[in-house]
Ligand binder design. Structure first.
Ligand SMILES: [Zn+2]
Length: 287
């Protein structure tokens, strides 16, 4: 081996090591990233929140647990000394809604779609700050010149999802009815009305203007990735619908349906059958 090729090998190896270490992602690390003026994405433990910082206080979504909300507060206080005034629950599921009590002493208002109160009132672990404000179809949360619209578009992941949208800043918060290029496991689909989820995505893309998206769980998102989510849900619906019309059983459909266009999605091999099954029952039962 010549010296040059030895050096090349060494450089390549070092490059790979450096690349590998740069790619190591530590989900416990709190990250408050500014997306637009005063608008941040807070990410930790594979959960994301919208954080809006204004002269009159702070708006946050989804505390997602005591440890996470305490660290979120710590990160916020590095940027502003203003208190958290508004806490918006995207939906009721405890993995998103617990952990808000830290904001009670700051005088925060807790806001959710009205169907959320049932589950939120019966948290056996008593870790939810109960909503102080609810709405039915639509409301605008205003603070310090910023406006965050909440829309209820019906069922999708559960039955009290707020579509969170900042119309002037063109920011959308899409929690659990869109997860880019990611197929979750069957257990996490249990409350998903898949037909309604497809309808939600279609309606959001048609009616709301946005160029920036924060989803519930993964760090990077975009309008193109939301479009891809619609294409996946539509392709899944079409394939399952056709199979059901042909009289095939759900077990047969779980075996036979393949959507190779989406084979690069995380969890595709393992979890596509669970998504076929959930779509089949959503079509059949309407939930
Ligand atoms: Zn959920």
């Amino acid at each position: 081996m010549s010296i040059i090729s030895k050096l090349t090998t060494l450089t390549l190896t070092l490059g790979m090591v450096a690349g590998a270490s740069a790619a190591v992602f530590d989900p416990s690390k709190p990250v408050l990233k500014e997306l637009k003026d005063g608008i941040y994405q807070y990410s930790q433990f594979f959960y994301n929140s919208l954080v809006v910082i204004t002269d009159e206080g702070v708006i946050v979504t989804d505390p997602s647990g005591d440890v996470r909300s305490a660290q979120m507060m710590k990160e916020i206080s590095k940027v502003t000394d203003k208190p958290v005034k508004k806490v918006i629950y995207s939906h009721d599921h405890f993995d998103h809604s617990r952990g808000g009590k830290i904001f009670i002493e700051q005088g925060a208002e807790f806001i959710a779609q009205e169907n959320c109160t049932d589950l939120l009132s019966r948290d056996l672990e008593d870790k939810v700050a109960y909503p102080t404000t609810t709405y039915k179809d639509q409301m605008t949360v205003s603070l310090g010149g910023k406006a965050v619209d909440l829309h209820y578009y019906g069922k999708n992941d559960g039955n009290c999802m707020s579509i969170v949208h900042m119309p002037e800043d063109k920011v959308l918060v899409a929690v659990d009815w869109h997860l880019p290029q990611y197929l979750v496991s069957g257990g996490r689909l249990i409350d998903q009305d898949y037909v309604a989820t497809l309808n939600t995505i279609k309606r959001v893309r048609k009616e709301l203007e946005f160029d920036t998206i924060i989803n519930g769980h993964t760090p990077v998102d975009s309008p193109e990735l939301l479009k891809e989510s619609e294409e996946f849900a539509q392709a899944l619906f079409d394939a399952v619908w056709k199979g059901l019309q042909e009289g095939k059983s759900v077990d047969e459909l779980k075996e036979s349906i393949k959507l190779p266009k989406f084979s690069h999605w995380k969890g595709y091999e393992e979890y596509l059958p669970a998504h076929v099954e959930r779509m089949a029952y959503s079509i059949w039962h309407g939930n």
